[in-house]
Ligand binder design. Structure first.
Ligand code: ZN
Length: 475
């Protein structure tokens, strides 16, 4: 099942001056040669040096494993000071588009970045870049086609049943989320509003003391303080995996788009909550022990009503009843009756869209699901509808024309778009300080966390080599 993402590249080596000891040679030279004897000695010295350089370069080319630098010790994982075993705390800020951290001073996020490891150009979501498919991909290491949550809302084409985010029936939620992996090892896990966490699976029962039921009105401060209180438990009861969810700044992003003072305010507030967590951990003397991962599920892009494609405009080519559409945008999902020829429908829709007669038609392209680009990993599930439309960045799809002239924000688009990226910063004993790693897809996070916790994880779509490329070797 493991299939390394084509977007994944090995991280560059980024030397940390504080943790390397390089032997230096003196570079001073006599300023004024005084005698012919000195010139002769100098000639001999230069000749010897040239011969040495030649030997060195020839030996380097024949033995490429010889490092040109001499290191005394390389960075190693830091030992735990107070906790008895590793603990991973994952904080998700919904819709935290990569780059929001530069909108305004974010001293607490910056502190994690400066002392931790960061995806330099952001974390890549899975497609569709929506909340439930992505949070559950982070938790399971699986693409949505494998973990089953292929959209926030969808209709199972086989059974005709509807999925909504508040549905906790285990039959929808496939794969093995981290909290289940932890519980199956006889250890405590704690979830705070993470999508899918209320679903009973394996030894995970969503225990009341570690798994509050979703309630958006619970203040962020209360969420943070509850999580901090877990660290006051006896050592053997402290959950080894804890996650925490904030709805911001996604909520504001949908209302006003990513470039608005409301977003800046929301980012400030999220940073304050990160600060509250850090302070609470410091007061308990465990900030350096806890692995603190800050991430998001996807980014955000501005939308405007003038950037809309209306399905009714395709009527001269094909009529698409509203009842066939299970989701409009950014993933146009169509489930027609089986009496309809799917390929004929796709051809007619694309003919209309490419005709130049449909407003914004160039910004939507229809596919049979099996013909979608392979990089999206969005074909291999009976839950994915037979006909899928890819909508270009910032565009919307609606059934009928309206006179709305509003602008707002959305996500869910192609996960290759930079605007869909989110933040990833990890701070803790096994993460090198101040290190930047290339962007990666969030399905890698499951293996990363099971590696830190030293637990055997379930099979997943992440690559087995990813954790070793990111984590410091054990001391
Ligand atoms: Zn979201």
């Amino acid at each position: 099942m493991a299939s390394p993402s084509p977007l994944l590249q090995p991280p560059p080596s980024s030397p940390d001056p504080s943790q390397h000891c390089t032997i230096k040679l003196p570079l001073s030279f006599p300023k004024k040669p005084q005698t012919p004897l000195f010139l002769f000695v100098l000639f001999l010295a230069i000749s010897s040096a040239a011969a040495f350089v030649f030997l060195l370069s020839s030996s380097s080319s024949s033995a490429s494993s010889i490092s040109p630098e001499i290191h005394v010790g390389s960075p190693r994982a830091r030992a735990l000071a107070k906790l008895r075993r590793p603990v991973v705390l994952v904080v998700s800020c919904d819709g935290f588009r990569f780059g929001y951290q530069f909108k305004t001073p974010t001293p607490n996020i910056h502190r994690l970045v400066a002392n931790g490891t960061e995806a330099e150009t952001g974390l890549i979501p899975v497609f569709p870049s929506l909340t439930f498919p992505n949070h559950y991909a982070i938790a399971t290491g699986l693409y949505p086609a494998s973990h089953g949550i292929i959209n926030n809302y969808f209709v199972d084409p086989v059974s005709g049943e509807r999925f909504t985010p508040s549905n906790h029936d285990p039959k929808w939620w496939l794969g093995e989320p981290l909290w289940e992996t932890v519980a199956d090892h006889g250890l405590n896990a704690a979830t705070y509003f993470w999508p899918g966490s209320e679903v009973v699976k394996g030894n995970w029962t969503c225990p009341p003391r570690f798994c509050p039921k979703y309630n958006a009105s619970v203040p962020f401060e209360q969420r943070v303080d509850t999580v901090l209180s877990y660290f006051d438990l006896p050592q053997n009861e402290i959950p080894v995996f804890i996650n925490l969810y904030f709805e911001d700044p996604d909520k504001q992003g949908h209302q006003v788009g990513p470039d608005d003072p409301k977003i800046t305010k929301a980012v400030v507030r999220v940073d304050e909550m990160i600060g509250r967590l850090i302070q609470g951990l410091e007061e308990r003397g465990i900030f350096e022990d806890v692995t603190f991962i800050l991430l998001g599920d996807h980014g955000m892009v501005g939308t405007c009503d003038k950037k809309t494609i209306f399905l009714d405009d395709l009527a001269p080519w094909i009529r698409i009843p509203e009842s066939w559409v299970t989701y409009y945008y950014p993933v146009l999902s169509i489930l027609p009756p089986t009496s309809v020829s799917y390929s004929e429908m796709v051809a007619k829709m694309n003919a209309g869209l490419a005709s130049g007669k449909v407003e914004n038609g160039d910004y939507l392209r229809m596919y049979l699901k099996e013909d979608l680009p392979g990089r999206l990993h969005y074909s291999d599930s009976s839950r994915i509808p037979p006909i899928v439309g890819l909508v270009d960045e910032g565009f919307s799809v609606e059934q009928a024309r309206t006179n709305n002239k509003e602008c707002a924000g959305a996500h869910g688009y192609d996960n290759a778009l930079f605007s869909m990226r989110t933040i990833f910063v990890a701070h803790g004993p096994q993460f090198q300080r101040g290190r930047k790693i290339p962007s990666f897809v969030n399905i890698e996070i499951y293996n990363l966390i099971t590696s830190i916790l030293k637990l055997k994880g379930a099979p997943n779509n992440g690559s087995a080599s990813f954790p070793n490329s990111v984590l410091l070797p054990s001391a």
